[in-house]
Design a protein around this ligand. Structure first.
Ligand code: MOS
Length: 742
């Protein structure tokens, strides 16, 4: 099904099942320990692999001595770049997943020791002796950012009007630099894979967000046929972007299983993850805002510098600045420096999350300079059209465009309730209780402050396919390679099929995360919820047609409800359609270019109250509220869980998360969950999530959009602004640890 015009009324709009706060259908499997995660798959005769990571950041392996390790008890095989055969590199990877002799980053995998037990593999791995030829690496973004180049792929620079001139002319100017550090995904389930070969067929359970990308890249890396791979990832214990792409566990499990002629399981040991897998790159961001005395932004400029390995990607931290606020003269730029740190990549709303950490402090600072309330300042500069894209692409079907007048129109947002988010949040949170003078409110030893920030995240869509089956007993089964990374995909997919086929939720079975199922959107960039359910919708439309035909109904006025099919005064049980055998339908929802004619974004407002200990400088968050406008909410319960998780991640980014670089040796020193601090329950207070009523017919037949990543975007700045309000100390360098407040 092609989706290229706004969705008409369809069965989803009934909202009998969709839009209801159903519990997760796979919840009992998880809470009883019966949902099998990758590493929990046990195969007969399996062996265990232990990964050896490089002990230098840049250089070469001069020699690797494995004889002693090979003789160690239980050792079956040792895989290295020397004996692994020729390996390719996946499209989504920058560095090799099995390094050697050249070393591209610290803890790059250089060997896998396979043994009868995990303990034996680990003990033998300690006997592998490696000598390196180390080279001087580049590890400091501050030092290298001057060498930053325009990234080859990624967003080009944007420019509208004349920023320099506009900024110079502005009555009130603001110019500041912000720093965000490297972040680690720190998901609970480590990267893990269990691989087994049957001749040239490879079967692998893994923990991955994007089954199709994963299978494609595994084939490329191993130089084998894509069709001989079956990749399964039915349950994922957190991804956060760290499992969008293949990592060394899956490649080494496959190579280890080949070498050992046995199934092999590999989990990346926790201390390896920070340096072996990807991370969110640090940024340096310069923001300049020029405005009139009465607070209208006339010029806005945002530059961001980040680093990555040669051939890597920039952190697109300027993204939201192209869309969020009005202003005639504007520019954005990203610059990418080469760093020899581990590979950077997507994490928890890449782009907007670190971008808003800077932009939304800058907006707070500018509001103060203008002596305008920070909410009113944002509302004053709200816009219903994309500010840095004054013209929509010419619409061939538009008669005006044919007459040569098209192509110059403003590009509107499909929905934009930013102002409503602020107004509702202000009311509910009690914004009027905020003292605009910083450092005035005390509660015993605590200095108390309130802060706000805008949330923004673009709404991406991805083609998504599904297969639906109607069985003789009336059970509807959905199969798609979509993943559920803790987000609730199982549940919203079941809700979609139940709504479409007119059956109760209990009559739907959902099977996910298997490369033998139709290719879905996968889980990333907050596109999964809307896109994958839209694919299920498309397959169900086909199944409804097949049922109608089978039962001799006219498909136009047919109604599916209460496990029955009705038209006029004729009614039959749905399962009758399958009495001669199961009916199967499959389709893919293909997104056209509707999102180029009308811009789809999601919006929100974050409110945070903090207390800062006036003696120690310790910040405690007291209350948080997110107000989100993100299209139809398919399940308010799972969506709320997404947003409170995102708020928690935002609190982490604001106050504690930071990969500390050892600049002598080029690695992240705090590479475990003891050193890399994330929030725990005691750090997180009352959280409230409000969804504004919104349906977006331009996003898909589901009329939904992404919401999970929106929840993190802006949180860090709201915390920073609350800290400023509490203390009068403005910190422009995250995380805002107590030393920066004293
Ligand atoms: Mo997300 S960081 O695109 O998984």
């Amino acid at each position: 099904m092609k989706f290229d015009t706004p969705a008409a009324t369809n069965p989803i709009d009934q909202l009998k099942v969709v839009g209801q706060p159903h519990d997760r259908i796979e919840g009992p499997l998880k809470t009883t320990g019966t949902a099998l995660y990758a590493y929990e798959h046990n195969l007969p005769n399996q062996a265990y692999g232990y990964v050896v990571g490089a002990g230098i950041a840049k250089g070469r392996i001069r020699s690797m001595e494995t004889a002693e390790a090979k003789r160690a008890p239980g050792v079956i095989a040792i895989v290295t770049a020397e004996n692994a055969g020729k390996l390719g590199i996946g499209e989504k990877n920058t560095a090799k997943l099995l390094g050697g002799p050249e070393i591209q980053h610290y803890h790059q995998a250089i060997a896998l020791v396979v043994a009868e037990s995990f303990e034996q593999a680990r003990a033998a791995a300690n006997l592998v002796r490696v000598e390196y030829q180390s080279e001087k690496g580049r590890f400091s973004l501050n030092e290298e950012k001057g060498q930053g180049k325009k990234p080859e792929d990624g967003e080009p620079d944007s420019a509208v009007g004349d920023f320099q001139a506009g900024f110079e002319r502005a009555a009130v100017k603001f110019d500041a630099i912000y720093h965000t550090p490297d972040h680690s995904h720190a998901m609970m389930e480590p990267h893990a894979s269990v691989a087994a070969w049957d001749g040239d067929k490879l079967m692998v359970w893994t923990s991955n967000q994007m089954i199709n990308w994963g299978a494609d890249d595994l084939a490329k890396t191993l130089n084998i046929n894509r069709d001989s791979i079956r990749l399964m990832s039915p349950f994922v214990g957190g991804g956060f972007g760290g499992k969008l792409f293949l990592r060394s566990d899956i490649v080494l499990a496959a190579l280890g299983a080949k070498a050992a002629h046995r199934p092999v399981k590999v989990a990346l040991q926790r201390p390896l993850i920070a340096n072996n897998t990807t991370h969110r790159p640090a940024t340096v961001q310069r923001i300049r805002i020029g405005a009139s005395q009465d607070g209208k932004i006339s010029a806005i400029g945002h530059e961001s510098w980040s680093g990555d390995l040669e051939g890597g990607q920039p952190e697109n931290a300027v993204q939201q600045t192209r869309f969020l606020y009005a202003g005639a003269d504007r520019m954005t730029q990203t610059r990418l420096a080469v760093l020899d740190l581990p590979e950077g990549n997507a994490m928890r709303a890449p782009g907007e999350a670190p971008g808003l950490m800077a932009l939304e402090i800058a907006m707070d600072e500018m509001a103060e300079r203008l002596e305008i309330d920070p909410i009113e300042f944002r509302i004053l500069n709200d816009t219903q059209v994309v500010p840095d894209k004054p013209s929509a692409p010419a619409d061939e079907t538009d008669p005006q465009a044919k007459a040569g007048e098209g192509g110059n129109k403003d590009l509107p947002f499909s929905q934009r309730q930013l102002t409503e988010c602020f107004r509702q949040g202000a009311e509910r949170f009690g914004w009027n209780k905020r003292n605009p003078q910083p450092a005035q409110v005390r509660d015993g030893r605590w200095l108390v402050g309130i802060g706000v920030a805008a949330a923004f995240r673009n709404n991406q869509t991805m083609d998504s396919g599904a297969r639906v089956r109607l069985a003789t007993d009336g059970v509807v089964t959905v199969e798609t390679d979509m993943t559920d990374i803790g987000t609730g995909s199982y549940t919203i997919i079941a809700q979609t099929a139940a709504e479409m086929m007119g059956v109760p939720l209990e009559m739907v079975e959902v099977r996910l995360g298997d490369s033998t199922y139709p290719v879905s959107s996968g889980s990333g960039g907050q596109w999964g919820g809307n896109s994958s359910t839209a694919g299920v919708y498309a397959a169900c439309v086909k199944l409804r047609e097949a049922v109608a035909q089978k039962l001799g109904f006219n498909a136009d006025d047919i109604e599916f409800a209460d496990s029955k099919v009705r038209a006029g005064n004729r009614s039959l049980p749905l399962k009758d359609a399958a009495k001669d055998g199961e009916i199967v339908a499959e389709d893919t929802l293909e997104f056209g270019d509707l999102d180029k004619k009308i811009h789809q974004s999601t919006f929100g407002a974050h409110f945070v109250e903090v207390g800062v200990d006036s003696f120690t400088g310790e910040t405690r968050i007291r209350r948080m509220m997110a107000v989100c406008a993100a299209g139809r909410i398919l399940n308010p319960k799972t969506a709320r869980s997404q947003v409170i998780g995102a708020l928690t991640m935002g609190a982490g980014a604001a106050l504690m998360e930071e990969l500390a670089i050892d600049e002598r040796h080029g690695f992240f020193a705090n590479h475990d969950l003891a050193g890399y601090e994330v929030p725990v329950h005691a750090d997180i207070p009352h959280q409230e999530v409000v969804f504004l009523d919104e349906t977006d017919p331009t996003s898909s037949p589901m009329k939904a959009k992404g919401v999970g990543e929106l929840g993190i975007c802006g949180v860090g700045a709201a915390v920073a602004n609350a800290i400023y309000n509490a203390t009068g100390v403005r910190v422009r360098e995250y995380p805002i640890t107590l030393d920066k407040l004293l």
